[in-house]
Design a protein around this ligand. Structure first.
Ligand SMILES: NC(=O)c1ccc[n+]([C@@H]2O[C@H](COP(=O)([O-])OP(=O)(O)OC[C@H]3O[C@@H](n4cnc5c(N)ncnc54)[C@H](OP(=O)(O)O)[C@@H]3O)[C@@H](O)[C@H]2O)c1
Length: 263
């Protein structure tokens, strides 16, 4: 699908990866609408990119409905907003559980539900879901995040099948550890040697490629993380043993400690 001139709605646009995705799509001539809760950050970015802004809290079902109505002409949805949700399940309140599911998964599904009819009418559109390599392989102490990221992966793959032949399609992006900006960079956690990181700009390029070349899945991760995802798909118990031995529990504990205030 051609990006130039298309109306693109980006959720989580104030965040590390959202900003990089916005820059990449603006460079391709997209007409952007940026959304998140932090109006000031969005206004600054929108001023730079000539974009529109809709402030919305995706944990509020009323806000999601209002956002979809105000952005009804959207050709491309980039469902990128996400709460890190690091930590063992028993450390969350039920209210926090609901918020993680609402922001990371439910908002993407409800926005898709609301925006699809317009895309069908125009016989053109694209859905991009920001999962994570955590949507393909698990680490200890992060079950809620995994649930939402595996959920987005399943939703995107199933939608892609249902959308076949409609002029609308669906892609899922799987970033690994991303340096310089975003959840992982904000945590300050150090990785064991050999794991490696990619950049927010790599994620921006992946989103462009997903839309222009209609790619179902794109991993934006180093070789070792992509290999880990393959092993997890073929032999989950072997993968769990490898993760336990290679520093996975330590990384999960440190991410939990660093990111608790984002729940
Ligand atoms: N960075 C990484 O290493 C990495 C790796 C794999 C996957 N990902 C995924 O990439 C996506 C973007 O992550 P990031 O690294 O850019 O994180 P980030 O910098 O923390 O940004 C998160 C974004 O989500 C928005 N958000 C959070 N709660 C919200 C709510 N209740 N309502 C509306 N918006 C909300 C935030 O906006 P406001 O605070 O302004 O509302 C912000 O724009 C996420 O889905 C994340 O899971 C990131």
């Amino acid at each position: 699908m051609q990006i130039e001139g298309s109306h693109v709605l980006i959720t989580g646009a104030s965040g590390g990866l959202g900003q990089a995705v916005a820059h990449a799509l603006a460079a391709r001539g997209a007409r952007l609408t940026l959304t998140s809760r932090r109006a000031e950050l969005l206004e600054d970015l929108a001023g730079e990119l000539g974009a529109a802004v809709i402030v919305a809290d995706l944990s509020s079902s009323e806000d999601v409905v209002r956002l979809a109505a105000e952005a009804s002409g959207t050709d491309v949805l980039v469902a990128n907003a996400g709460i890190p949700a690091a930590g063992r399940l028993e450390s969350f309140t039920v209210e926090q559980v609901d918020r993680v599911i609402d922001v990371n998964l439910r908002s993407a599904i409800v926005l898709t539900h609301a925006l699809l009819p317009g895309m069908f009418e125009r016989r053109r559109g694209h859905l991009v879901f920001m999962s994570s390599i955590a949507g393909k392989t698990t680490v200890p102490g992060d079950p809620l995040y995994h649930a939402t990221k595996y959920g987005l992966r399943g939703f995107s793959a199933a939608m892609r099948m249902d959308l076949h032949g409609t002029g609308v399609s669906s892609s899922c992006i799987f970033p690994g550890f991303i340096r310089d900006a975003g959840i992982f960079a904000d945590s300050g956690v150090k990785l064991p040697p050999g794991v490696g990181t990619r950049t927010p700009e790599d994620v921006g390029r992946a989103v462009v490629s997903a839309i222009e070349r209609d790619r179902g899945e794109i991993e934006v991760a180093t070789f070792s993380q992509r290999a880990g995802a393959r092993v997890a798909g073929l032999a989950p118990d072997l993968s769990a043993a490898m993760v336990r031995r290679s520093g996975g529990p330590r990384i999960a504990r440190e991410m939990d400690a660093a990111l608790r205030d984002k729940r």
